[in-house]
Design a protein around this ligand. Structure first.
Ligand code: HEC
Ligand code: HEC
Length: 338
């Protein structure tokens, strides 16, 4: 009935209560055994010299008064004890379960911290503050930002593309992000971590959330052209000239949303679609997500980037000759994702 952990661990005063109950119960049974147990059949002490089988037993009078009363008193006492013990145990049990859950949680956080420091800190920072990683394409000499993870809950709290942050982190860890420095970590995907370890890492990450999202520093965008901003924030995934890499090519993204070069008004819809993608991110579950940029770029910086994308729009699909090969991600994206 009692969990062995309880007995071994001792510990806090709350934890000691069931142990005390158990000890009292054992003492009670021992005492009862001593007083009315089978040993008493030996009869009164004064016949100690007479062989056991020949000793006279208690007198009838004795048996019907003191002996019986004593046995009945013990019966009442033990019944009362059982009647008290069970409800008391029932009262204490939920508390105990909660303590065990807490203990497992703390263990997960501790294990997760170790795994995180070993496997993630080099890119995401020792304190989850974010960092960067070399571009997977050795020809491209631009570091790839690794997002801060100490605010991932706050960042995705109101997100259109993420419903459940824990699940989102898990998917990222299990599958990695093809074409980015973020590799897969689960054993099933060729990584090193079991489900249990991945779960511990996530528990650790969620346990150290600051909830703080750095303010956008508008000053930082002064003097940066749309082309600069595209190179800095978009080229990793969409290619230096919009040819596509992890994300779809953007060479004819305007056309995909109804652009007609002869009709200036027709640019409104594609511009709005791109702004929406920038503000909210884009994600087809199971595919690489496009992060939201509303916490990174000012609306004005977004406008400059959209202006820049408009400058390289084509119709009739991308010219591969111009970009030296087909995009890694085909133009399958027809915008049916929202
Ligand atoms: C080699 C560097 C590197 C290592 C090691 C690494 N990551 Fe990443 N991680 C990245 C990069 C870069 C991204 C951004 C990918 C992108 O732009 O889509 C990322 C993205 C993520 C994201 C998604 C963040 C978001 O805001 O969408 C999570 C969660 C994450 N990593 C967790 C981890 C954990 C946990 C570990 C350790 C088990 C780890 N990463 C190890 C580089 C790394
Ligand atoms: C970490 C990789 C990544 C980065 C960085 C990124 N994107 Fe994306 N982007 C994607 C992916 C992946 C998709 C496809 C998402 C989906 O629809 O599931 C996408 C989709 C888009 C789309 C929609 C295309 C269409 O045909 O509907 C636009 C527009 C876009 N990105 C623009 C940008 C711009 C502008 C930037 C820079 C501010 C940027 N992206 C930065 C990965 C990225």
């Amino acid at each position: 009935m009692l969990d062995p952990i309880l007995l071994v661990e001792g510990g806090g005063s709350g934890r000691a209560v069931p142990v005390i109950i158990l000890l009292v119960a054992l003492a009670g049974f021992a005492l009862a055994y001593f007083i009315v147990g089978p040993g008493k059949r030996k009869g009164p002490k004064r016949y100690a010299d007479i062989p056991l089988a020949m000793r006279p037993y208690h007198s009838d009078e004795e048996l019907e008064t003191t002996g019986m009363e004593r046995a009945m008193a013990w019966g009442v006492a033990l019944s009362a004890f059982a009647a008290l013990f069970l409800p008391l145990y029932w009262l204490i049990e939920p508390d105990r379960i909660e303590r065990n859950v807490q203990q497992f949680y703390e263990q997960d956080v501790a294990d997760g911290r170790v795994e995180y420091q070993n496997a993630c800190a080099s890119c995401h920072g020792t304190n989850l503050e974010g960092g960067s990683a070399p571009h997977p394409d050795p020809d491209i000499d631009v570091a790839w930002p690794a997002p801060a993870l100490d605010n991932i809950v706050a960042r995705y709290e109101d997100s259109e593309i993420v419903e459940d942050v824990r699940e989102y982190i898990e998917l990222t860890l299990v599958h990695g992000r093809d074409g980015t420095p973020m590799q897969a970590f689960s054993v099933a995907s060729g990584g090193v971590f079991s489900d249990q370890q991945i779960s511990a890492i996530i528990t650790y990450i969620l346990s150290v959330q600051t909830g703080e999202i750095p303010e956008i520093d508008a000053e930082a965008f002064v003097g940066q052209s749309g082309e600069d901003l595209f190179a800095m924030h978009c080229a990793n995934c969409h290619g230096q000239v919009g040819q596509g890499r992890v994300g779809p090519q953007l060479l004819n993204v305007f056309e995909r949303y109804g652009w007609d070069p002869d009709d200036p008004d027709s640019a409104e819809t594609p511009r709005a679609v791109i702004r929406h993608a920038l503000e909210n991110g884009r994600r087809v579950p199971g595919e690489a997500p496009m992060p939201a940029f509303d916490q990174v770029l000012t609306p004005d910086a977004m406008t400059r980037i959209i202006d820049h994308i408009e400058t390289f729009q084509e119709t009739g699909g991308p010219s591969f000759a111009q970009i030296g090969g087909p995009p890694r991600v085909a133009e399958a994206d027809e915008g049916g994702n929202d």
